[in-house]
Design a protein around this ligand. Sequence first.
Ligand code: FAD
Ligand code: NAD
Length: 462
Amino acid sequence: MTEVECDVVVLGLGPGGEHVAIKLGRAGLDVVGIEDRLVGGECPYYGCVPSKMMIAAAHAVAAARRVPEFGGTATVTPDWGPVAQRIRDEATDDWDDAVAVKRLEDNGGRFHRGRGVLDGPGRVRVGETTYVARSGVVLNTGTAPAAPPIDGLQGTPYWTNRDAVAVTELPGSLVVLGGGPIGCEFAQVFARFGVRVTVVEVADRLVAIEEPEASELLTKAFEAEGIEVRTGATVRSVGYGDDGFTLDLGDEKVTADKLLVAAGRKANLDFIGLDTVGLGDDLKVVETDERMRVRRGASSPDSSGTTVEKLWAVGDITGKGAFTHVSMYQGAVAIRDILGQDGPWADYRAVPRVTFTSPEVASVGQSEKAARDAGVDVATATGDLGARGWLAKETGLVKLVADKKRGVLVGGCVVGESGGEILSMLEAAVHAEIPVTTLRTMHFAYPTYHRALEHALNGLDL
Ligand SMILES: Cc1cc2nc3c(=O)[nH]c(=O)nc-3n(C[C@H](O)[C@H](O)[C@H](O)COP(=O)(O)OP(=O)(O)OC[C@H]3O[C@@H](n4cnc5c(N)ncnc54)[C@H](O)[C@@H]3O)c2cc1C
Ligand SMILES: NC(=O)c1ccc[n+]([C@@H]2O[C@H](COP(=O)([O-])OP(=O)(O)OC[C@H]3O[C@@H](n4cnc5c(N)ncnc54)[C@H](O)[C@@H]3O)[C@@H](O)[C@H]2O)c1
């Protein structure tokens, strides 16, 4: 066993970890990045980037199909070939991270490919090498697809997101298990390319953490495109044979050529040596303070809430929202702490999230339910997409959640084709706590989608 000294070890190089390693390397620290799969993590190779490339293609196909609604004719013959090729050429380099490794090294970092394990405070073991980090270790081990404990599922050749982005030939039919962001985004892409798709969701609605109004609009849009939606569905068993997959829902059997399991994620926290730094070895998430230092939380042997020596954590494993932008935001916070800067520290009041379906489901801050559960004296107002929506023949809505006592927005949701872009104004309003009275005095360009916010703001009973 060789011991190698350095300033910082980044264990797992997802978006946040890669950001930390590059920035600290650039700042002159001796950084070692450890990654056992691909530098950059899930987002560039199996998540955001290839899936959004697929969505862009599906969007173009769907837009072309709408030409007759507005004027003219269009014959659309979808072809998956160019999409699969573009994912290989432009998104993933055929699942090769040479460019990312070079970027890390060009910025002063050292790279070690392999599976790292904590070996006490400030220490990480990879194979025969133990890195001893003077400042400490940044954990960014991320998540992997989870498989629900359904009778018959294990051992079948079901897809996860990692298979779905690598598909070169489309199946005739697909059942998607899970109607969260991953399930819904993939379901619509494949349906738009001619696959017969059924979404099976155990909760009573799609994208169940979002506003009920959003779930309702998305379900209508799916059904209008021929996607079968089964909510409140319990899958009793999964069968697989020559005819493909059969899901037994009790009152119905759903069959398809392929099954995509998109039923949540599991944090990569098993067997990474958490016990060597005094943490529980069965954690679901790693608790952190506002500087991203790891805390001994309720599920650790010592649950005092004190911080663990020389250990930071960023990304999905912190349980603050499984998004690339959260991972990178937290990475920036950890960088500031490691470099001895004076904040700003982590604040999650205005975390945005966008599910890139058509219509997009975009939210920031608290939903109405989350705000009520948190004891906020809530006022809400909704509105449709107004003149722009009518002109473009698009349905959608905005919903605002305000704190009556403070007179500010604490959350908002926009469902529409450009929901994620319209959301930016609500992100600023929630983040900066701009009084609703001030927002009401703004100009809102006619006829934009965001003009719908003016009507909703005026509808708030404040
Ligand atoms: C299909 C899909 C679509 C998505 N779309 C979006 C989107 O549009 N927008 C968005 O914001 N988010 C999206 N996400 C979520 C986003 O991908 C993640 O939030 C993001 O990757 C951040 O994850 P992370 O930083 O926690 O690490 P991850 O990306 O999970 O990477 C962690 C890395 O750590 C490595 N690792 C784990 N354990 C070890 C170990 N012991 N030793 C060495 N290396 C280890 C892993 O190999 C992995 O590369 C999507 C996810 C999926 C699956
Ligand atoms: N556009 C984006 O930003 C984007 C896109 C995709 C994923 N993500 C991130 O990745 C995370 C994981 O996404 P996800 O969709 O896999 O997880 P999720 O946990 O958000 O959704 C999983 C869904 O599967 C359902 N489910 C679980 N077990 C089931 C079962 N046995 N039968 C039927 N349904 C079942 C759940 O009720 C839930 O609705 C998200 O929380 C999100 O943060 C983000």
